[in-house]
Design a binder for this molecule. Structure first.
Ligand SMILES: [Zn+2]
Length: 410
């Protein structure tokens, strides 16, 4: 099986795609729109794709969060400036090593752990949630070893096999990361090197942040070319589908940014990035009520006496969550993540929050909120059961396909 994740691809761009590899897969599969998780930000979503769990179980809460155990900020890469503000070496270590080694809960089990403990061979290319049981040394001295799947390739930094692929990080805007993934993927398919491959293509999201979701269509041609390379390596599209079942999805959507603001919660700590913010506070209700007057704050959620409270512009009503995809489950799971703040803020349509370094995507695209545009993803399955309604359903689909029992989280 090949699980293709095109970061930030919206359902409408997918549905209108006229690129050949994606069209071919769509014509041979079953499709629906599915829900992401909240916050609809890449590290949170990829952890849910990989573990089949919502964030209350996998415990990755946001792109930027307060690590209570170590009393410090974790920043996975909201922007280059934010990485520098949080400490360059610290942020890289958090993103590349500790997300998997420390932050991702041991109660969650990745696709790689589930399938490899059943004797199957799995592969991962560039996905940030890669935890597995095989030790991999870095290609650059001084970087820690990590535990990944048997076939493991991560931005030229970890490579389980010598493939001759070009360096991943040469020219991001021209799609060098997806080109690296394609070269590695071609090598693996040629050698029939896996039972399941997670094939993660991040360059589309990069273009969509810069040009907005509808402006990134040109970048989709490069994602498509990366899929076509896998097909070529198998002997063409038909031969590819004879050998592999396919899931094609994205991790979250994107929406257009028209206004930006630094979210202020007085003396309480705010961690904000893109279209989601968290407030770490002893007085969640007071914080949420003060946010009523803030136009950038859309749905604001907190927990009170074991119950989820939802506010927007001064209205307090659970039914507000009916307006967004999978709203109740997503809000509750986000709040019940032990690493989350006590108040979660989903940005109002059109708004984005400044990150640690004051960076934003004004005039471009962003995501992170509970709103539909950020939260709906395309979900296509080929040669499998019907596509799941949530990105949390992919792992079970994979396990069922191979007859593997997944370890349920406590
Ligand atoms: Zn993004």
């Amino acid at each position: 099986m090949v699980i293709i994740v095109i970061d930030g691809l919206t359902p409408s761009v997918f549905e209108a795609a006229d690129t050949p590899a994606i069209r071919f897969l769509a014509e041979h599969g079953e499709y629906r729109r599915a829900s992401s998780v909240f916050p609809s930000l890449t590290p949170v979503c990829l952890a849910s794709i990989s573990t089949g769990a919502y964030p209350d179980v996998h415990e990755i809460p946001h792109l930027v969060w307060w690590y209570r155990a170590e009393q410090r900020i974790v920043e996975y890469g909201s922007s280059f400036g934010a990485i520098r503000a949080a400490g360059f070496a610290r942020s890289l270590r958090d993103t590349i090593v500790d997300l998997n080694a420390k932050h991702l809960s041991r109660n969650a089990e990745t696709i790689h752990e589930a399938l490899e403990s059943a004797g199957l061979t799995t592969g991962a290319i560039n996905i940030t949630t890669y935890r597995g049981s095989h030790r991999h040394l870095p290609t650059i001295p001084g970087v820690p070893a990590v535990n990944g799947p048997k076939r493991f390739f991560f931005y030229s930094l970890y490579e389980s096999d010598r493939t001759g692929a070009p360096m991943a990080v040469r020219n991001r805007a021209l799609g060098s990361i997806d080109a690296y993934a394609a070269a590695v993927g071609r090598w693996l398919v040629t050698r029939d090197g896996f039972d399941v491959l997670v094939y993660y293509l991040p360059d589309f999201d990069y273009a969509s942040h810069a040009f907005g979701p509808e402006g990134a269509r040109e970048a989709l041609a490069r994602s498509d070319a990366a899929i076509a390379q896998l097909m070529d390596a198998a002997g063409g599209p038909d031969a590819f589908l004879t050998r592999y079942a396919v899931v094609l999805c994205s991790d979250h959507g994107q929406s257009v940014v028209g206004e930006v603001v630094r979210l202020d919660a007085g003396a309480d700590l705010v961690t904000a990035s893109n279209r989601a913010a968290m407030v770490y506070t002893q007085t969640p209700r007071a914080v949420a009520e003060r946010l009523d007057a803030q136009p950038a704050a859309g749905l604001v959620v907190f927990e009170e006496d074991g119950r989820i409270v939802v506010r927007r512009d001064g209205d307090e009503d659970d039914a507000l969550l009916d307006e967004v995809p999978d709203g109740h489950a997503r809000a509750a799971a986000a709040l019940r993540n032990p690493n989350a703040g006590e108040v979660l803020v989903s940005a109002a349509p059109g708004w984005e929050f400044l990150d640690l370094a004051g960076r934003h995507h004004l005039g471009g695209g962003s995501h992170g909120s509970l709103e539909t545009a950020d939260s709906e993803v395309p979900m296509l399955t080929v040669g499998l059961d019907a596509p799941p309604a949530s990105i949390t359903g992919i792992k079970q689909l994979v396990a069922d396909h191979f007859g593997v029992t997944v370890r349920r989280a406590a």
